[in-house]
Design a protein around this ligand. Sequence first.
Ligand code: ZN
Length: 89
Amino acid sequence: MKAKKSKRIPCSFCSGELEDTIVQHPYRWKDKIYIFENVPAQVCRQCGEKYFDASTVEIMERTVLEKIKPQRTIRVPVFSFGQLVVQTK
Ligand SMILES: [Zn+2]
């Protein structure tokens, strides 16, 4: 009898192997970024692309839409790349 393996879809970018793990995910909605921590995901061992279950994505979407109170809020510095090039000359 064959061992029953759950069939894994390879990475759609590089066909690499996906690994179950926990990630931090920046979720963009309109002009804001919401950081989700401890998110179950599958990550490509080769290129690092993250894949989420439909239910996981739905939870993140609902959290943002329903404006659920976050655990904490952080300030994020924003840089314009062109400005950096000028400054480093
Ligand atoms: Zn990949």
